[in-house]
Design a protein around this ligand. Structure first.
Ligand code: URA
Ligand code: SF4
Length: 307
C-alpha cells in the first residue's frame, strides 16, 4: 500500500500521524480528517485499486416464507415460550414434581430452539422483536436485531446495545458506532456492506456485561444469523463477544493476532474469527488505535485468503 493511501486510512480512523519534516513544509503535519461522506463513497474493497468487486456468495436467495408461515412459526414460539414459563412456574411442592417440571421446561426450550433454527431472516427478526426469553426484555426500549447486508462476507459482533442503540433499535449507532464506521471506511467498506450484530439483542441495564444466562438465552438468534449469513470472517469486537463465540474467558490482549474459529452448533464448517478490541476501548485509550489498524490489515488478509 502506498504511503498516501495508508495515511488516508489512518486519518479515517482518527489516528494522528507525524510525518518527517520536509523542506518547504512548516511542521510535522497531522493528517487532515477526510470528508465525512468518504465512508459512503463506493471505495475499492480491500483497499486495492485493482481488486475485483467482492463476489457474492452463491447461496444468496433465502426461501420466502409467506406471512402465514412466519405467523405460524411465531405462534409456535409463543406457545413453546408460554409452556416453558408455565412449567417453570409450577411450585416444587413434592420432591418428584420439580425434576418433572424442569424436564418439561427443557423440552419446551429445545422445541423453541429448533423453531429458531429453521427461520428465515424476516421471521427471525420478527421473533427477536417480540422475544421475552430473558429478563433483559423487562428493561429494553427496543430490541436490536442487527443491520447491514444479509449476504455480507464480513460479520462484526459486538456485545450488546447501549443507550443509543436501545433507543434507535440499531446496533453501533452511538460513539463507538461512529468509530466503527471510520474503521470500516479505513478498509474501504461502508457499514451497509458488512453485517453488524451483538451477542445480546436487548440492552443490559447501565451497560453492564450481559450475564451468562442472558447470553445463552439469546444465542440461538445469533447462531441463526450466522447460519443464514455464512460469513467468510467473523470479527469479535471485545472480550464479551469473543468469549461467547469461542467459549473461553481469555482477555482480548491474549486472543488478538491468533487464529480462531467459530464452530457453528449445527456441525457446519468452522468460520475464521478474528478478535479485536471493542471500539469503545479505542475511545478510552486512543493511543491503542494502532492495534486496531493492525487488526484491520489482518481482516483484509484473511478475507483475501478466503476468496
Ligand atoms: N456496543 C456494542 O457492543 N454494541 C452496540 O451495538 C453498541 C455499542
Ligand atoms: Fe430475548 Fe435476547 Fe432480548 Fe433476552 S436479550 S429478551 S433472549 S432478544
Amino acid at each position: 500500500m502506498d504511503e498516501a493511501r495508508r495515511l488516508h486510512y489512518l486519518a479515517a480512523m482518527g489516528i494522528e500521524v507525524w510525518q518527517p519534516r520536509v523542506a518547504g513544509e512548516s511542521a510535522a503535519a497531522t493528517v487532515p480528517a477526510p470528508e465525512p461522506k468518504s465512508a459512503l463513497e463506493p471505495a475499492p474493497l480491500l483497499a486495492d485499486q485493482d481488486a475485483e468487486p467482492a463476489p457474492q456468495p452463491a447461496l444468496t436467495a433465502q426461501p420466502t416464507t409467506g406471512a402465514t408461515g412466519a405467523q405460524a412459526a411465531l405462534q409456535a414460539i409463543a406457545r413453546a415460550s408460554l409452556a416453558r414459563k408455565t412449567q417453570a412456574a409450577v411450585p416444587a411442592a413434592t420432591s418428584h414434581s420439580a425434576p418433572a417440571a424442569a424436564a418439561a421446561a427443557a423440552t419446551a426450550a429445545t422445541d423453541e430452539q429448533r423453531q429458531i433454527t429453521g427461520m428465515d431472516w424476516d421471521t427471525l427478526a420478527a421473533c427477536v422483536a417480540e422475544c421475552r426469553r430473558c429478563p433483559l426484555c423487562e428493561t429494553r426500549t427496543k430490541t436490536v436485531f442487527g443491520t447491514g447486508d444479509r449476504h455480507a462476507e464480513l460479520l462484526f459482533v459486538g456485545e450488546g446495545p447501549g443507550q443509543d442503540e436501545d433507543q434507535q433499535g440499531e446496533p453501533f449507532v452511538g460513539r463507538a458506532g461512529q468509530l466503527l464506521n471510520k474503521m470500516l471506511a479505513a478498509i474501504g467498506l461502508a457499514r451497509e456492506q458488512v453485517y453488524i450484530a451483538n451477542i445480546v439483542k436487548c440492552r443490559p441495564p447501565r451497560n453492564r456485561n450481559p450475564a451468562p444466562e442472558e447470553a445463552s438465552a439469546c444465542r440461538p438468534y445469533l447462531e441463526r444469523q450466522i447460519a443464514l449469513l455464512e460469513p467468510k470472517l467473523i470479527v469479535s469486537l471485545g472480550a464479551v463477544s469473543a468469549n461467547n463465540l469461542l467459549g473461553n474467558s481469555e482477555a482480548v490482549g491474549r486472543m488478538r493476532g491468533k487464529h480462531h474459529h467459530y464452530q457453528p452448533g449445527d456441525g457446519a464448517e468452522p468460520i475464521p474469527l478474528l478478535v479485536t478490541y471493542h471500539p469503545s476501548y479505542y475511545l478510552r485509550s486512543p493511543a491503542e488505535k494502532a492495534k486496531g489498524w493492525q487488526d484491520l490489515q489482518r481482516i483484509i488478509t484473511l478475507l483475501r485468503e478466503r476468496r
